[in-house]
Write a protein that binds this ligand. Structure first.
Ligand SMILES: Nc1ncnc2c1ncn2[C@@H]1O[C@H](COP(=O)(O)OP(=O)(O)OP(=O)(O)O)[C@@H](O)[C@H]1O
Ligand SMILES: [Mg+2]
Length: 246
Protein backbone atom coordinates (compact mmCIF):
# COMPACT_ATOMS: atom_id res chain seq x y z
CA UNK A 1 0.00 0.00 0.00
CA UNK A 2 1.33 3.42 -0.98
CA UNK A 3 0.39 6.37 1.20
CA UNK A 4 -0.10 10.00 0.25
CA UNK A 5 -0.93 12.64 2.83
CA UNK A 6 -2.55 15.99 2.08
CA UNK A 7 -1.22 18.45 4.62
CA UNK A 8 -1.27 22.11 5.53
CA UNK A 9 -1.82 23.41 9.03
CA UNK A 10 -3.99 26.18 7.66
CA UNK A 11 -7.73 25.59 7.54
CA UNK A 12 -9.97 25.94 4.52
CA UNK A 13 -7.21 25.79 1.90
CA UNK A 14 -8.69 22.77 0.10
CA UNK A 15 -7.06 19.75 1.77
CA UNK A 16 -10.33 17.84 1.81
CA UNK A 17 -11.38 18.95 -1.68
CA UNK A 18 -8.03 17.80 -3.08
CA UNK A 19 -7.96 14.53 -1.07
CA UNK A 20 -11.44 13.68 -2.32
CA UNK A 21 -10.59 14.42 -5.94
CA UNK A 22 -7.50 12.21 -5.75
CA UNK A 23 -9.77 9.48 -4.37
CA UNK A 24 -12.40 9.98 -7.10
CA UNK A 25 -9.75 9.98 -9.81
CA UNK A 26 -8.10 6.75 -8.63
CA UNK A 27 -11.50 5.13 -8.15
CA UNK A 28 -12.44 6.06 -11.74
CA UNK A 29 -9.18 4.46 -12.89
CA UNK A 30 -10.27 1.27 -11.14
CA UNK A 31 -7.58 1.46 -8.45
CA UNK A 32 -8.12 0.20 -4.94
CA UNK A 33 -8.30 3.11 -2.52
CA UNK A 34 -8.16 3.41 1.25
CA UNK A 35 -9.22 6.88 2.39
CA UNK A 36 -8.27 7.86 5.94
CA UNK A 37 -10.05 10.94 7.25
CA UNK A 38 -7.90 12.25 10.09
CA UNK A 39 -10.10 15.26 10.72
CA UNK A 40 -12.51 15.25 13.67
CA UNK A 41 -14.79 17.51 11.58
CA UNK A 42 -15.24 14.53 9.21
CA UNK A 43 -15.96 16.71 6.14
CA UNK A 44 -14.49 14.20 3.70
CA UNK A 45 -16.30 11.34 5.41
CA UNK A 46 -19.64 13.08 4.84
CA UNK A 47 -18.85 13.44 1.13
CA UNK A 48 -17.67 9.84 0.77
CA UNK A 49 -20.84 8.75 2.58
CA UNK A 50 -22.65 9.73 -0.64
CA UNK A 51 -20.44 7.48 -2.79
CA UNK A 52 -19.72 3.76 -2.97
CA UNK A 53 -16.82 4.08 -0.52
CA UNK A 54 -17.50 1.77 2.42
CA UNK A 55 -16.78 2.89 5.97
CA UNK A 56 -15.08 -0.07 7.63
CA UNK A 57 -13.79 1.60 10.83
CA UNK A 58 -13.28 4.96 12.41
CA UNK A 59 -9.92 6.60 11.85
CA UNK A 60 -9.55 7.09 15.61
CA UNK A 61 -9.18 3.30 15.98
CA UNK A 62 -5.77 3.67 14.27
CA UNK A 63 -4.55 5.37 17.43
CA UNK A 64 -5.67 2.49 19.65
CA UNK A 65 -4.52 -0.92 20.74
CA UNK A 66 -6.03 -4.00 19.09
CA UNK A 67 -6.62 -2.34 15.75
CA UNK A 68 -7.54 -4.70 12.95
CA UNK A 69 -9.62 -4.71 9.78
CA UNK A 70 -11.55 -7.59 8.26
CA UNK A 71 -9.76 -8.76 5.12
CA UNK A 72 -10.21 -8.73 2.21
CA UNK A 73 -11.17 -5.07 2.06
CA UNK A 74 -13.76 -3.61 -0.33
CA UNK A 75 -12.44 -1.80 -3.42
CA UNK A 76 -13.07 1.66 -1.96
CA UNK A 77 -12.52 1.91 1.77
CA UNK A 78 -13.14 4.74 4.21
CA UNK A 79 -11.76 5.08 7.70
CA UNK A 80 -14.11 7.71 9.02
CA UNK A 81 -13.14 10.92 10.77
CA UNK A 82 -15.07 11.46 13.97
CA UNK A 83 -15.11 13.63 17.06
CA UNK A 84 -13.03 11.15 19.06
CA UNK A 85 -9.99 12.07 16.94
CA UNK A 86 -9.13 14.63 19.59
CA UNK A 87 -7.97 12.75 22.66
CA UNK A 88 -5.41 10.03 23.27
CA UNK A 89 -3.63 10.42 19.97
CA UNK A 90 -0.84 7.93 20.47
CA UNK A 91 1.50 8.41 17.49
CA UNK A 92 3.43 5.22 18.29
CA UNK A 93 0.29 3.10 18.10
CA UNK A 94 -0.74 4.83 14.88
CA UNK A 95 2.62 4.03 13.28
CA UNK A 96 2.44 0.41 14.44
CA UNK A 97 -1.10 -0.02 13.15
CA UNK A 98 -0.30 1.62 9.83
CA UNK A 99 2.79 -0.56 9.39
CA UNK A 100 0.62 -3.59 9.95
CA UNK A 101 -1.89 -2.32 7.35
CA UNK A 102 0.91 -1.62 4.86
CA UNK A 103 2.07 -5.22 5.25
CA UNK A 104 -1.36 -6.73 4.81
CA UNK A 105 -2.47 -4.67 1.78
CA UNK A 106 -0.97 -5.03 -1.71
CA UNK A 107 1.28 -2.39 -3.31
CA UNK A 108 -1.32 -1.49 -5.93
CA UNK A 109 -3.63 -0.03 -3.29
CA UNK A 110 -3.32 3.68 -2.67
CA UNK A 111 -4.04 5.19 0.70
CA UNK A 112 -5.03 8.86 0.86
CA UNK A 113 -4.83 10.64 4.19
CA UNK A 114 -6.77 13.87 4.67
CA UNK A 115 -5.54 15.82 7.69
CA UNK A 116 -6.89 18.34 10.19
CA UNK A 117 -5.83 21.99 10.29
CA UNK A 118 -3.77 21.61 13.44
CA UNK A 119 -0.09 21.22 14.20
CA UNK A 120 -0.87 18.10 16.18
CA UNK A 121 -0.47 14.34 15.97
CA UNK A 122 -3.15 14.44 13.28
CA UNK A 123 -0.64 16.05 10.88
CA UNK A 124 2.60 14.51 12.17
CA UNK A 125 1.51 10.86 12.53
CA UNK A 126 0.53 10.23 8.88
CA UNK A 127 3.67 11.94 7.59
CA UNK A 128 5.81 9.46 9.51
CA UNK A 129 4.36 6.57 7.49
CA UNK A 130 3.71 8.32 4.16
CA UNK A 131 5.51 7.86 0.87
CA UNK A 132 4.50 11.31 -0.34
CA UNK A 133 2.85 14.54 0.71
CA UNK A 134 1.18 17.37 -1.17
CA UNK A 135 0.10 20.77 0.20
CA UNK A 136 -2.68 22.91 -1.18
CA UNK A 137 -2.36 26.59 -0.31
CA UNK A 138 -4.61 29.57 -0.72
CA UNK A 139 -3.04 32.70 -2.15
CA UNK A 140 -5.17 34.68 0.26
CA UNK A 141 -3.12 33.23 3.06
CA UNK A 142 0.09 33.09 1.12
CA UNK A 143 3.14 34.31 2.93
CA UNK A 144 6.76 33.36 2.69
CA UNK A 145 6.53 32.40 6.35
CA UNK A 146 3.61 30.04 5.69
CA UNK A 147 5.46 28.09 3.02
CA UNK A 148 8.66 28.13 5.04
CA UNK A 149 6.71 26.61 7.93
CA UNK A 150 5.35 23.76 5.76
CA UNK A 151 8.84 23.04 4.38
CA UNK A 152 10.30 23.20 7.86
CA UNK A 153 7.81 20.69 9.29
CA UNK A 154 8.39 18.31 6.37
CA UNK A 155 12.17 18.57 6.70
CA UNK A 156 11.99 17.81 10.41
CA UNK A 157 9.85 14.74 9.77
CA UNK A 158 12.20 13.58 7.02
CA UNK A 159 15.28 14.00 9.20
CA UNK A 160 13.86 12.54 12.37
CA UNK A 161 11.42 9.84 11.29
CA UNK A 162 10.89 9.27 7.59
CA UNK A 163 13.79 9.87 5.18
CA UNK A 164 11.80 8.48 2.24
CA UNK A 165 9.02 11.07 2.52
CA UNK A 166 8.67 12.67 -0.90
CA UNK A 167 7.30 16.23 -1.05
CA UNK A 168 5.35 16.40 -4.30
CA UNK A 169 4.82 20.12 -3.86
CA UNK A 170 2.44 22.96 -3.32
CA UNK A 171 -0.82 23.41 -5.23
CA UNK A 172 -2.25 26.94 -5.34
CA UNK A 173 -6.00 26.53 -4.81
CA UNK A 174 -9.01 28.86 -4.67
CA UNK A 175 -7.22 31.26 -7.00
CA UNK A 176 -9.34 34.32 -7.68
CA UNK A 177 -8.57 35.13 -11.28
CA UNK A 178 -10.01 38.62 -10.95
CA UNK A 179 -7.80 39.54 -8.03
CA UNK A 180 -4.76 41.45 -9.20
CA UNK A 181 -3.09 40.85 -5.85
CA UNK A 182 -3.56 37.08 -6.08
CA UNK A 183 -2.26 36.94 -9.63
CA UNK A 184 0.81 38.90 -8.54
CA UNK A 185 1.34 36.47 -5.65
CA UNK A 186 0.96 33.55 -8.06
CA UNK A 187 3.64 35.05 -10.30
CA UNK A 188 5.93 35.53 -7.29
CA UNK A 189 5.33 31.95 -6.24
CA UNK A 190 6.12 30.70 -9.74
CA UNK A 191 9.32 32.74 -9.81
CA UNK A 192 10.70 32.28 -6.30
CA UNK A 193 9.26 28.91 -5.26
CA UNK A 194 9.07 27.13 -8.57
CA UNK A 195 10.91 24.05 -7.28
CA UNK A 196 8.38 23.64 -4.46
CA UNK A 197 5.33 23.67 -6.72
CA UNK A 198 3.72 20.41 -7.85
CA UNK A 199 3.90 21.93 -11.31
CA UNK A 200 4.63 25.59 -12.05
CA UNK A 201 1.80 25.61 -14.62
CA UNK A 202 -0.87 24.25 -12.29
CA UNK A 203 -3.41 26.06 -10.12
CA UNK A 204 -7.06 25.57 -9.21
CA UNK A 205 -9.40 28.52 -9.51
CA UNK A 206 -12.00 29.50 -6.94
CA UNK A 207 -15.22 28.03 -8.36
CA UNK A 208 -18.56 27.27 -6.76
CA UNK A 209 -18.65 24.12 -8.90
CA UNK A 210 -16.23 22.45 -6.44
CA UNK A 211 -18.42 22.58 -3.28
CA UNK A 212 -21.44 21.91 -5.51
CA UNK A 213 -19.93 18.69 -6.91
CA UNK A 214 -18.71 17.54 -3.49
CA UNK A 215 -22.17 18.12 -2.10
CA UNK A 216 -23.41 15.56 -4.63
CA UNK A 217 -20.55 13.17 -3.88
CA UNK A 218 -19.04 13.50 -7.36
CA UNK A 219 -15.80 15.01 -8.73
CA UNK A 220 -16.06 18.46 -10.27
CA UNK A 221 -15.25 17.09 -13.75
CA UNK A 222 -18.49 15.06 -13.60
CA UNK A 223 -20.76 17.96 -12.67
CA UNK A 224 -21.77 18.43 -16.31
CA UNK A 225 -22.12 22.19 -16.13
CA UNK A 226 -20.39 24.68 -18.39
CA UNK A 227 -19.28 26.57 -15.28
CA UNK A 228 -17.43 23.46 -14.07
CA UNK A 229 -15.54 22.72 -17.28
CA UNK A 230 -12.38 24.76 -16.74
CA UNK A 231 -11.96 23.99 -13.07
CA UNK A 232 -12.68 20.32 -13.84
CA UNK A 233 -9.72 20.32 -16.23
CA UNK A 234 -7.50 22.10 -13.71
CA UNK A 235 -8.40 19.64 -10.96
CA UNK A 236 -7.88 16.63 -13.21
CA UNK A 237 -4.47 17.91 -14.31
CA UNK A 238 -3.45 18.25 -10.65
CA UNK A 239 -4.67 14.85 -9.50
CA UNK A 240 -3.31 12.99 -12.52
CA UNK A 241 0.10 14.59 -11.95
CA UNK A 242 -0.10 13.52 -8.29
CA UNK A 243 -0.97 9.98 -9.38
CA UNK A 244 2.00 9.90 -11.78
CA UNK A 245 4.31 11.13 -9.02
CA UNK A 246 3.42 8.64 -6.28
N1 LIG B 1 -11.09 25.83 -5.68
C1 LIG B 1 -12.17 25.98 -4.90
N2 LIG B 1 -13.17 26.83 -5.27
C2 LIG B 1 -14.25 27.01 -4.49
N3 LIG B 1 -14.45 26.37 -3.32
C3 LIG B 1 -13.49 25.53 -2.90
C4 LIG B 1 -12.30 25.28 -3.64
N4 LIG B 1 -11.54 24.39 -2.96
C5 LIG B 1 -12.22 24.09 -1.84
N5 LIG B 1 -13.39 24.76 -1.80
C6 LIG B 1 -14.42 24.75 -0.76
O1 LIG B 1 -13.96 25.54 0.31
C7 LIG B 1 -14.28 24.94 1.56
C8 LIG B 1 -12.97 24.62 2.30
O2 LIG B 1 -12.25 23.66 1.52
P1 LIG B 1 -11.76 22.30 2.18
O3 LIG B 1 -12.77 21.80 3.13
O4 LIG B 1 -11.33 21.40 1.10
O5 LIG B 1 -10.50 22.88 2.97
P2 LIG B 1 -9.64 22.16 4.11
O6 LIG B 1 -8.24 22.62 3.98
O7 LIG B 1 -9.89 20.70 4.08
O8 LIG B 1 -10.31 22.78 5.42
P3 LIG B 1 -10.08 22.24 6.94
O9 LIG B 1 -8.70 22.67 7.29
O10 LIG B 1 -11.15 22.93 7.72
O11 LIG B 1 -10.21 20.76 6.90
C9 LIG B 1 -15.12 23.72 1.23
O12 LIG B 1 -16.46 24.08 1.23
C10 LIG B 1 -14.68 23.37 -0.20
O13 LIG B 1 -15.67 22.69 -0.93
MG1 LIG C 1 -10.57 19.40 5.50
Amino acid sequence: MKIITIANQKGGVGKSALSLHIAFYLHELGKKVVFIDLDPQGNSSSVLGKTDFQAVASASSLFQDNFSLDMPLPHAVLLKGDASLVNNLDIKLFVQNMNQLIKSIDDETICIVDTAPTASALQIAPLIVSDSVVSPIELESFSIAGIASILNTLNNIKEQYNPRLNFLGIVPNRVKGVSHRQLTLLEQLRTSYSQYLLDPEFKINERQAIPEALDQGIPVWRLGKTSARDVGKEMKAVVSKIYQSI
